[in-house]
Structure formats: C-alpha cells, structure tokens
Design a protein around this ligand. Structure first.
Ligand code: AGP
Length: 612
C-alpha cells in the first residue's frame, strides 16, 4: 500500500525522506516521489519503479530542503506513471495522500468548472486543488485544510506543504494510519513508524479525524477546530529489527525468527505450566459471560482463525465462527449477545477487518446488544488494538516480508493462550490438558528449530516445482487451514497457481486436476486422521500425481517412486499446525527464489492493505 514520509527540520530532510521511503518499500508500491520546499519553491521529483530510481534522480539534481513530503504509491486510480505519482501540486501546494477519496469525480468536475487543470488520473489531485482554492479565503494553511477535509469522503492520510508556509507541515488522519515522529528541534510524519526509526523512537499516534500542524519545534493537534492533547509515546523497537542481517531476504530471516518469536509470545502469558495471574486479567468478567466466538480476519490471519475454530470447539467447547472480513462487513450479520468478536491482524490496520469491527460495534451499540471485542495483533499501537476492549499481542517483532510467516505462527500461539485463558475462566479445561498444552507450547520453539534443519532437503524439493504451473496442497483437520496457507504462500511469492483443499474433498472435484504434471503437497502429522490421509495419497498416486509429503517421523510414510518425504519431528497434536507451517513457508520461499521473483515485495501485493 502507499506510504507517506514527511519532515520539518533545521537540517536538510532529503536523505531522511529517502531512507524513510526505503523502509516503506516492504509495503508494496509501484512509483515514488518527493517534494521539498527550498527558497519558496517546490522542488518535486517522481519516478516509476523503485525508490532507488528516485534516490538517484534526487541526488543527481542535488535537491535539498528543510521541509518536505515523500510518498510511495500503490496504484488505485490511474496507472503507475510519473504523472500519477505523488506529491501532487496545485499552485504553491504539494500533497501526498494514502487511501481513497471516494467522491473525487464529483469534486474533480467542480474544480474543472472553476478552471483547475488536472495533470493526473488520481483521486489525490483534487485535494491539492481544493486546498489551493481554499487558500483564496484564508492565509492559514491549517484553516484551508480544515475547510477542505469535511468535503472529502473516504479514507485518507495526508501530508501537505505550501511555499508561503515554509516552516510548517500539515497532516491529516481520517481512516488511514498516520503517526508523528517527535524529534529534538525537528518533527516528522509517516504512515508507518518503522520509516522514522532512524530519526526518533518517540511518537504521537493520531486518531481518526485529527489534523495536526507541525513546525520544527511544535506539534499542535486539532479535532473539529479545537486543540486536543495527544500523548507522546516511546517505542522500544530498535532500528536493527528492520534490517535483513545475514539473510538474503526478510522472509527467510522472519522464518528463522519463529522459535524466538513464539518463545516471546508465550512468555508474556505463562509462568511454568500455569497462566500468569495478570494475563488478560481485566477480561475475566467478559470471558466468563461469552457464549460464543466470532473471528474476523483476512488472508493469512484468517487461516489462523480457521485453526482456532477447531481448538475453541474441541478443547473448551466454545462455539466459534470464522469469517473473511471483506464478506462479514457487508452481509449484515446478526450480532449475537454475549459473543466475543476477535479481530486477528498482523498490522492491526487492515481496512476490511477494521471496518468489520467498527460496523459490529456500531450495530451492537445501536441495538443495545452486549458483546466484547478483542484484537490479536503484532502492532501495539495499531487502530485495532486501540479500538477493541481487549488485546493480546503477538511479540513477533516487525514483519517486513509481504508474505506473513512469524506473524502467523505467533498468532497461533497467542490464540492457544487465549483459549487456555477462556477455558480456565469458564472452568472448561482439565488440569491435565492445561499441563499437556503448556508443556507443548514451551517445547514448540525447539521443534521448530529442529524442523528448520530440513531446510536443505526442502530446497532440493523446491527445484522440482520451478517449471510447474499448478500445485495442490492437502491436509485434514487443523492442517486443512495449513494447506490453504501453504497454497497462499506459494502463489503470492512464486506466482505458481496453487490451491489448498481439505483432503477429504479431493474426490469431490480437484482429483480431476491430478495428472503427472501436478505436484501435490501433503501435510501428514501423526493424528487420528492419518490413515484417511494415506488413502487420499493413494488416490493421487493412482492418477499419476507426484507427492511431496511433510510427514511426522513416526507416521510410517516413506520415500518411494514419485513420493518425496521430509520427516518432521514428533510434535504434540494440538500444536502441530504451528510446526507444519514452517516447511510450507520454506518450500514457497525456495521456489520463489529459484524462479527469480521479488520475494519480499511480490508484484501487485502490499504488506498492509489499508484501502478496500
Ligand atoms: C499473507 O502472506 C498476506 N500478507 C496477507 O494475506 C495478510 O495476511 C492479510 O492481508 C491480512 O493482513 P493483516 O494480518 O495485517 O490484517
């Protein structure tokens, strides 16, 4: 998705803006640009493609300035061209924008009638012209922006500068993330705090509807024209967290970080084999009341929710529904009393999940229905965390690769902790089961480490996928969602068409696709479905399909002609889906590298989908 960086300082901000944009590259984009104010002039440069192209152009022209805005654009309205790249300029105003202005066509017609000339196909350009137009009635840039924002429908974050206001930067947050980075004698804005970590670890998190004026030495935040206080928070993430270190790609680094990330996530909740007394303590009364759970999420986070459904129902007998947020938000679902609505999201900013949450809260309130809301999230300062009653953080550290890896497995660990907690509060979890699961949770990082030892074997197998066009992933029970997740991983980074299926569904359709050109990946933990899964493997082999099996070391599944096997260390059945995520991640990673794709920033995709 698009990214914003801006700054006002005594020093030249060019390098800070470029470095910020580089740090936003992981979010996905197709063009980049910046505008600096220098001697009452707007110096603007825009380039299609990578930030490196922009950096080269900026350095060749020695562009400097003490105040500036910069942007990475992920095309929505209009193709990825230089003219469509941000910043957009109208007169003396320059604007960068994340999000979508839904009523832009109507505003564009009006502005064209007033004589404004449009040079792009974007929705953003209307904002630049509207602010320019509003400045006919006021000398204050802030007032002009305050006049314009009520006219904009949709979700947006804005950064705005003006040549005659060479010491101020105006920013707006309305439905799209925006933080202010607080420096010493300098201040910054960004759509993602990671971009600003080289310059500060102190942030002001704007709320929806906030408009802020930044100078080098001051930050003023306004809501409906009134000054409001927003606290400055210190972040403990370190700059090094956002570097690849010894790894070739962020994705590989993040795959290898999983043992530690899971360890961190469970350590916040467990003391030996017991839950810490203060773990989600403030939620006890709500958890006691709930009769069922509704999970809302997108993509990989949705797959985590699908696994939790098995766990909620089988382990503690709490009914659980899971739904894709983009469907849930529009289908007017019945809001049921005493339901715990759980959003699962790595970023906590995914537009569909956030909208589904807000819609649920609004309807529950309007109809006086008692519900509780909760977020499982990797970003402590995200909108979802702030807007739900309770939250549980996955302590995975920043995840930069677009393909979610450690965020997924830590979501699973967090969900299991939540289920233990609710099971205890509702007295539905036997002591023996608590011990079994907590012991297995503590053991999980070690089993993942042992599984990572199979990296070379998986790399060898991946060579057999490079020329393929299609692939099936099969699993049963909690490994059906892992099959979906494996297929999602493979398609998003290697661009091979892949489908995940519940193995029992094979003969209801997908078996027709199986021939000797079809690799079929099987997830075979040692559970009560193993024999049935073995029958499904026979069905594939009988049709000439080639099997790639990630099988428990005690499953009895061995290598044979057209059956490749990687043995996964024995693992507790409940936690097996966490461990079996790892080989499918590695497989997708290696196939993608061999096919030469952009692993960390696959085409057309964004890390955090903050627009619909
Ligand atoms: C998966 O690899 C993708 N990055 C994507 O499916 C992602 O999980 C989805 O967009 C949801 O994002 P979130 O967890 O930040 O809400």
């Amino acid at each position: 998705m698009c990214g914003i960086v801006g700054g006002v300082a005594e020093r030249c901000v060019t390098e800070i803006l470029i470095e910020g944009l580089k740090r936003l590259e992981y979010r996905g984009y197709d063009s980049a640009g910046l505008a600096l104010l220098n001697k009452e002039q707007i110096l603007r440069e825009r380039r299609v493609g990578k930030v490196a192209n922009l950096a080269e152009a900026v350095s060749e022209q020695h562009l400097t300035g003490n105040i500036g805005i910069a942007h990475t654009r992920w095309a929505t309205h209009g193709k990825p061209t230089e003219n469509n790249a941000h910043p957009h300029v109208s007169g003396n105003v320059a604007v960068v924008h994340n999000g979508i202005i839904e009523n832009y066509q109507e505003l564009k017609d009006e502005l064209q009638a007033l004589g404004y000339i449009f040079t792009s196909q974007t929705d953003t350009e209307v904002v630049a012209h509207l602010v320019n137009d509003a400045l006919k009635q006021t000398d204050s840039l802030l007032e002009a922006v305050q006049k314009v924002t009520p006219r904009l429908k949709g979700a947006y974050a804005l950064g705005i500068i003006h040549t005659e206001h060479a010491d101020e930067l105006i920013t707006v947050r309305e439905g799209s993330p925006l933080v202010i980075g607080v420096g010493i004698g300098e201040n910054f804005i960004s759509s993602d705090q990671l971009a600003l970590l080289p310059v500060t670890n102190r942030f002001v998190y704007l709320e929806e509807g906030d408009i802020a004026r930044l100078t080098r030495t001051s930050i003023e935040v306004f809501v409906n024209g009134e000054r409001v206080d927003r606290p400055v928070k210190e972040l403990d993430a370190t700059v090094s967290n956002a570097s690849k270190g010894e790894y070739k790609h962020f994705m590989l680094k993040e795959i290898y970080e999983q043992p530690e990330a899971i360890q961190q996530t469970i350590s916040q909740a467990l003391n030996g084999n017991n839950l810490r007394e203060d773990f989600l303590q403030h939620a006890n009364a709500d958890f006691n009341k709930i009769q069922q759970v509704q999970i809302i999420a997108c993509g990989t986070s949705y797959h985590a929710g699908m696994i939790a459904k098995y766990w909620f129902e089988q382990l503690i007998g709490v009914p659980c529904q899971v739904e894709i947020a983009s469907e849930f938000r529009y289908r007017t679902p019945v809001i049921v009393e005493n339901t715990l609505y759980i959003c699962i999201s790595q970023s906590g900013e995914t537009a569909d999940t956030l909208a589904a949450l807000r819609e649920t809260q609004k309807r529950a309130k309007a109809n006086n229905i008692n519900i509780s809301t909760m977020t499982i999230c990797n970003v402590a300062t995200s909108s979802m965390v702030r807007e739900t009653d309770h939250h549980l953080l996955t302590l995975a550290g920043p995840e930069i690769g677009v393909a979610s890896t450690k965020a997924f497995t830590t979501q699973l660990a967090a969900l299991m902790l939540l289920i233990i907690k609710i099971g205890q509060v509702k007295q539905r979890l036997a002591a023996a089961q608590l011990t079994e699961i907590t012991e297995a949770l503590w053991h999980c990082p070690k089993v993942i480490l042992d599984t990572l030892q199979h990296n070379t074997a998986i790399l060898r197998l991946s060579a057999l996928f490079v020329e393929k066009n299609h692939c099936l992933f099969l699993g049963r029970g909690t490994h059906f969602p892992i099959a979906l997740e494996g297929a999602l991983k493979l398609k998003e980074i290697s661009y091979i068409h892949a489908e995940g299926y519940a193995a029992g569904e094979l003969k209801h359709g997908p078996l027709a696709l199986v021939d000797n050109e079809m690799p079929v990946v099987i997830l075979a933990p040692n559970d009560e479905m193993l024999d049935k899964l073995k029958s499904n493997m026979e069905e594939v082999q009988a049709r000439g399909g080639e099997l790639f099996v990630f099988a428990d070391e005690n499953s009895g599944i061995q290598e044979k002609d057209r059956q490749h096997v990687v043995h996964i260390p024995a693992v507790n059945e409940w936690l097996a889906p966490i461990v079996y995520s790892v080989p499918v991640q590695l497989l997708s990673y290696h196939v993608a590298v061999l096919r030469g794709t952009d692993v960390d920033q696959p085409r057309n995709l964004a890390k955090s989908v903050t627009v619909e």
